[in-house]
Design a binder for this molecule. Structure first.
Ligand code: ZN
Length: 1004
């Protein structure tokens, strides 16, 4: 699957800011959903009121008949099989997360018939029916058969066999099926048989079933309604990973249970149907009403897991080309194809396939590749073998994407998903606990591909900004999880879904990169080739990978390791967090300790005794030195000594390929500081970045003094690399600082200090924006960093930044074709509103009303909160809770206003005065009344935003009184604890601010 969008560059930063606030609420809503699933335990799907969609509210337990959301209907069909519930069943294999090993699936004949017709007014749900014949081999005598099944109704179930070894199976017997029931907890369908299946025998399970297809719910089968060629259309697609195949057909839904699939799709004759394999044939079928449907069959797939089965039914057009004799088609809305929006993706797809084929020396085994761009796929992408599914925003280029990182993003994601054709599709992890084996390597190879096609791309800096920075700031020994987990520790299906996070993707990719850095690229690729070849069409676990690395290492004598690859890498994949490596340059001593969040001084944190086996590539005076290993808690390396009198400097962790932070003794930092002030260019860009980012992170967590980090910024007037500036600004001008109204004493000092240094980088980029913003499209790092630079410059009141904002905003309002360069659009809109009047605000509101794209609407909604006029902000919130023509659906306006500079005071008063209306509008927005309504959860989020700056108990009491009567008892307790945490954090920030202010006073 595509990386989680929280990892950074798939969502614009402004949107991310907004979403961050909303994420907490969403999590709570999801938790409520999870609770529903728990409560519905052991109720067969036909007894469920309806399947809970993302916006369908969970019903409180015991509610006899909850009304359905508008437009939703219950399935009325009676299952032909008497399915009983699991109530009162004794404990059994159905209580286990993993399938019992009695049956091995060999082949699926799968027919799916979703009732999607064009030119209908589509209800929020469709029905589908299906049949599946699964050939299985029995490995142990059993009278009981478990398959995965979720939200399916079973219409009939038969078991035939044992099958003869030759093809003439027509006269085989039947094994009677006495009962079919559902074990809802672990998502099983259980068939109780009248006689035992015999070990060694092959049987065919014949099941017919039905289920529901929900709109835009990216789980199993779903459909989307969109506009193309001026009319409303609908399409249907699938997402099986990780555990949704079971909601489309009963199956053995585990990644190691690979089988072949013959897929048949029944669809409206005007639609085209796609699946993993090429179309084999077509015929006609009439339904009971006599109307015609097309039956499309597809060739047999290779051996593959259920999570890669894919289908799409649509009225799309495509562009195609062939690469090494195999057809590649990119499917999209007809408008998009006609406008050439898919051409960029088409042109790079073939070469990426060829590059990876050559790199791994294994041909792509399928005869074709279809890639389909869905209007709604949650900003994500999925690597289904032969039918890759993308959100169209990650695949298509729009005309106004000129000054964006779109091409880079498309290249990254396409490379990732194509990389999966080997890592994941050809060789699959044994189980989800090792999902990083595919996600980490697919993410790592994104960079190999990009580097191959753009050798000048600043690979290390981009890896830092896209992958490393996010995960290093989230990974902590005591609170994070390890990359590779023990399969036996999983107890719930939901835990599988939670694995698709930063640790799987970003840490996984970082560890792959570290491995390649201490071997060499050749050995690294050779080991992977050997691994991929050995486990093709099969499954592997982490140890299998390490064994193949060990084999290539043992086969040569150039690279010597201090331990086996397994011991080295296990220390990284089985432990959470990472080490801080500290070099004392006077003695040459290096020690390692786990990185703790907010390390407490003079207090031993010995909860984590383990060490890592740390590869240390390093440079001295700009010259790369030979690799050393820190394989215990400390070690002396005399070659790393530097004396106070000489000009030497040392930096550990060459190119930041190691997954750790580096600390130095005072002299070590001083040497670096001196070098930066004397000749910063002598230190490579990636290391200027590293020194800044490590120093701020270490100071924030009490490893070094804040002054040490601040000293490193003195040279910045000489810094012309925007990505280094970015590292400085995100660390120095944090959200907390910006929102802290008490920073009034620091602000003028910080302003003076930074503006003095900012001039040269500002002049470069403001000139490009004014004169030739198109030039930015080749500067990926600028596209990443510009927003923060502009945001800070305007926040500091740099007159030219404010002037530029006025200019760009005015040009745009005069003529919306005068697009504001996309990387800085959020900032310009925000300052256009902040500096403007009601007229500008109303203009944006009208734009908002006419926009349909969610991302654009969120950007405008955010900008409108930047007004400094209390009347306007009040009116804004008023619109949000009343039935205005502007329907603020995407976002909770009050949260946005509360998060804005001026707005939070106004938002608080507004809430007090309008609580009833606010809570009702939130309720309507979410169709939800579960556990007091979504409104109170949203209130908790609001409280976090409004409480952002509290630092005294009095303020806590005040806020609690304010929120008190709006919350329920358990929420009040949570809120109190949360407020205490915020207060303590703020007190810590205050102490830090005071020291920063004192430092600035000396240096500004
Ligand atoms: Zn992936």
């Amino acid at each position: 699957m595509g990386p989680p969008s929280s990892s950074g560059f798939y969502v614009s930063r402004a949107v991310a800011l907004l979403l961050a606030g909303l994420a907490a609420t969403l999590l709570l809503a999801l938790a409520a959903l999870a609770a529903l699933y728990g409560r519905c335990a052991r109720v067969p799907p036909s007894e469920l009121p309806h399947r809970a969609g993302p916006d369908a509210a969970p019903s409180p337990p015991g509610t006899p008949e909850e009304p359905l959301p508008p437009g939703r209907t219950r399935p009325t069909r009676e299952p032909a099989v008497t399915a009983t519930t699991g109530h009162g069943r004794p404990p059994g294999p159905w209580d286990q997360l993993r399938l019992p090993p009695w049956l091995v699936p060999l082949h699926y004949e799968l027919e799916l018939w979703p009732r999607l017709r064009p030119h209908e007014s589509w209800a929020p749900t469709l029905t589908f029916t299906g049949r599946v014949n699964i050939t299985v081999r029995c490995t142990a005598a059993t009278r009981r058969l478990l398959l995965h099944s979720l939200f399916l109704d079973c219409e009939s179930a038969e078991v035939r066999g044992p099958l003869a070894s030759d093809a003439g199976d027509s006269t085989v017997g039947r094994v009677p099926v006495d009962d079919v029931w559902f074990a809802f907890d672990m998502q099983y369908m259980v068939l109780e048989l009248g006689g035992p299946l015999q070990p060694g025998g092959r049987y065919e399970l014949q099941l017919s079933f039905s289920g529901l297809v929900y709109q835009d719910l990216r789980e199993g089968l779903f459909f989307s309604v969109y506009t193309d060629q001026g009319e409303r259309r609908a399409l249907l697609a699938s997402q099986m990973e990780p555990t949704f195949a079971r909601s489309v057909f009963p199956c053995f839904d585990e990644p190691a249970l690979k089988a072949t699939f013959n897929v048949t799709i029944i669809h409206d004759p005007s639609y085209v149907a796609l699946s993993n394999m090429p179309k084999l044939g077509q015929s006609l079928r009439r339904d009971t009403n006599g109307s015609e449907w097309t039956v499309t069959t597809f060739s047999t797939t290779p051996h593959m897991p259920t999570y890669l089965v894919a289908l799409a039914v649509c009225d799309y057009a495509y562009v195609d080309r062939s690469e090494r004799g195999k057809e590649i088609r990119i499917w999209a809305r007809k408008d998009a194809i006609e406008n050439g929006n898919a051409d960029f993706a088409l042109n790079i797809t073939g070469p990426i396939f060829s590059f990876l084929e050559d790199l791994f020396n294994i041909s792509y085994p399928l005869p074709k590749t279809d890639i389909i761009a869905l209007p709604t796929f949650d900003n994500s992408a999925m690597e289904n073998w032969g039918l890759l599914i993308f959100d169209e925003s990650l695949l298509l280029i729009q005309p106004n994407d000129q000054v964006t990182d779109k091409k880079a993003v498309i290249s990254f994601i396409l490379s990732h998903e194509i990389g999966h054709q080997w890592f994941g599709n050809l060789v699959t992890m044994n189980w989800w606990n090792d999902v990083w084996l595919k996600e980490g390597f697919a993410s790592y190879f994104e960079f190999g591909v990009i580097n191959y096609f753009n050798p000048k791309f600043p690979r290390n800096e981009i890896f830092f900004s896209n992958i490393l920075r996010n995960v290093l700031s989230e990974d902590h020994v005591l609170v994070s999880r390890a990359v590779s987990l023990k399969a036996e520790n999983f107890t719930e299906t939901s835990e599988i879904n939670e694995l698709f996070d930063l640790f799987t993707y970003n840490k996984g990719a970082s560890l792959a990169r570290m491995l390649s850095s201490f071997l060499n690229e050749n050995l690294f690729i050779n080991a992977l080739k050997s691994y991929l070849k050995t486990f093709s069409y099969s499954n592997a676990e982490q140890d299998d990978l390490w064994r193949h690395f060990q084999m290539v290492i043992d086969d040569q004598n150039k690279i010597l390791l201090p331990a086996t690859v397994k011991s080295i890498m296990d220390s990284w994949t089985h432990q959470s967090g990472f080490p801080v490596v500290t070099l004392n340059v006077s003695t040459g001593t290096i020690k390692q300790e786990p990185f703790y969040l907010g390390k407490v001084k003079n207090e031993t944190l010995l909860t984590h005794n383990d060490t890592w086996i740390v590869p240390i590539l390093w440079i001295k005076n700009g010259i790369t030195q030979s690799l050393v290993w820190l394989d215990k808690s400390s070690k002396i390396f005399p070659e790393m000594q530097v004396s106070a009198s000489d000009h030497d400097w040392v930096i550990l962790n060459l190119n930041m390929t190691g997954y750790y932070r580096v600390n130095y003794d005072q002299l070590g930092w001083k040497k670096l500081n001196q070098q930066l002030e004397k000749d910063p260019k002598a230190i490579p860009v990636i290391h200027r970045l590293q020194v800044i980012d490590d120093a701020f992170s270490l100071s924030k967590n009490n490893y070094i003094e804040i002054e040490t980090a601040l000293d490193l910024t003195k040279y910045l007037a000489e810094e012309d690399e925007i990505i280094v500036w970015y590292a400085v600004l995100v660390n120095l001008v944090t959200k907390d600082l910006v929102f802290d109204a008490n920073s009034y004493d620091m602000y003028p000092l910080l302003k003076k200090y930074l503006l003095k240094r900012l001039a040269s980088i500002w002049n470069v980029y403001s000139a490009i924006i004014r004169e030739n913003s198109v030039a930015l499209q080749d500067d990926y790092l600028a596209l990443v960093a510009l927003e923060k630079l502009f945001e800070t410059a305007c926040w500091l009141g740099l007159e030219d930044c404010l002037q530029l904002s006025r200019e760009l905003f005015k040009n745009w309002t005069n003529q919306p074709e005068n697009e504001i360069p996309s990387p800085i659009k959020s900032v310009i809109l925000c300052y256009g509103i902040a500096l403007g009047s009601e007229e500008e605000w109303d203009f944006l509101l009208n734009m908002y009303a006419n926009k349909t794209k969610e991302e654009e609407r969120i950007q405008l909604a955010y900008a409108m909160s930047c007004s400094r006029d209390p009347r306007i902000l009040n009116r804004y919130m008023e619109y949000a809770i009343t039935a205005s023509p502007f329907a603020f659906n995407e976002t909770n306006v009050i949260e946005v206003v509360a998060a804005a500079e001026v707005g939070r005071y106004i938002a608080k008063d507004f809430l007090v005065n309008n609580w009833q209306a606010v809570s009702e509008s939130l309720y309507l927005f979410n169709h939800s009344k579960a556990s007091g309504g979504y409104g109170t959860q949203s209130l908790v989020t609001l409280m976090n935003i409004i409480g952002r700056t509290i630092s005294t108990d009095l303020q806590i009491t005040e806020l609690q009184q304010f929120f008190g009567n709006m919350l329920e008892e358990h929420q009040r307790l949570t809120v109190h604890a949360k407020l205490q945490t915020i207060k303590n954090k703020n007190l810590e920030n205050k102490r830090r601010s005071a020291r920063m202010t004192a430092w600035l006073r000396r240096n500004a």
